[in-house]
Design a protein around this ligand. Structure first.
Ligand code: E4P
Length: 272
């Protein structure tokens, strides 16, 4: 499974590429907002354009998803093409992120606009990551339209399921992949019992039909979710910097290190 960093912060991008465990980057408007706020506070006079350019160079050879912010099909296509034209020449690694359904007003008739945009960008040879996926059928439609990556958002499904049962929870809390039972009923959203279940069902359908689009497990908030995304066969896991760090933490590893360090004989240190 490939590891992508879900961040637009240059320091985090540099750090993980230098560590050699980053296979790509995903950005979204909220992550770019964070980076812009950071830029305003820094002494360095970088522009957002130069900042993204640096990120693309660091990530050369691996995909970087840049998300459109327009809402209509025509506008998303134009913005997607313009972003690709501007930034892909930097390192040849830009993927355009298109929402499964850009409509936030149920009656605006834009529900298929994401699919139109994916088809059009695909025809133009522009790689696409379809984002904000909450059902396997959205993923299927995006794959049919030509999306290279489909991004089911695991953590946000878990948040919604927890909210539905009035649970108190922190953003990074673990939600069981097999779901929770309340009043003898499995808590679910339209047949999905957890974010990892959403990823797993999507993978299963794609494998069943030999669909080539890669399943990119997104909105992962803790290390155990990353493991479970791997267990259900996700091709890619995108995660924030803190989750990358969490992957390595175990108290016995730390205790073991303390003991090994104390036990190391001076003679061994002098060997090299
Ligand atoms: C992925 O492409 C998204 O940017 C991301 O994973 C969203 O994560 P969040 O739900 O934790 O904001």
């Amino acid at each position: 499974m490939k590891f992508f960093l879900d961040s637009a912060i240059l320091g985090e991008i540099e750090y993980l590429y230098n560590a050699g465990i980053c296979d790509g980057i995903t950005m979204n408007p909220s992550l770019v907002k964070k980076a812009v706020e950071g830029l305003k506070g820094s002494a360095e006079k970088a522009t957002l354009e130069s900042y993204i350019t640096k990120a693309l160079k660091i990530a050369k050879g691996t995909p970087v998803s840049l998300e459109v912010t327009e809402l209509g099909a025509r506008e998303m296509i134009a913005q997607g093409k313009a972003l690709y034209k501007k930034f892909n020449p930097v390192a040849g690694n830009v993927y355009i992120k298109i929402p499964a359904d850009p409509s936030f007003d149920g009656n605006d008739g834009k529900d298929l606009d994401g699919i139109f945009a994916i088809s059009e960008l695909h025809k133009a040879g522009i790689p696409v990551n379809c984002t904000l996926i909450f059902t396997p059928e959205q993923a299927l439609a995006a794959a049919k339209a030509g999306a290279n990556f489909v991004s089911p958002f695991a953590g946000r499904i878990d948040d919604m399921l927890r909210k539905g049962i009035g649970a108190n929870f922190g953003k990074e809390d673990y939600y069981p992949a097999s779901g929770l039972v309340r009043d003898d009923q499995l808590v679910e959203d339209n047949g999905i019992v957890s974010g990892i279940d959403l990823v797993g069902q999507t993978v299963k359908i794609f494998r069943q039909y030999g669909i080539k689009s890669e399943v990119l497990a997104a909105s992962l908030r803790n290390a155990r979710q990353v493991r479970e995304a791997a267990l259900v066969g996700a091709d890619i896991a995108t995660m924030p910097f803190n989750v990358f760090r969490e992957l390595l933490i175990h108290k016995l590893t730390r205790e073991g290190m303390e003991k090994f360090t104390k036990d190391t004989p001076e003679e061994f240190r002098k060997l090299v």
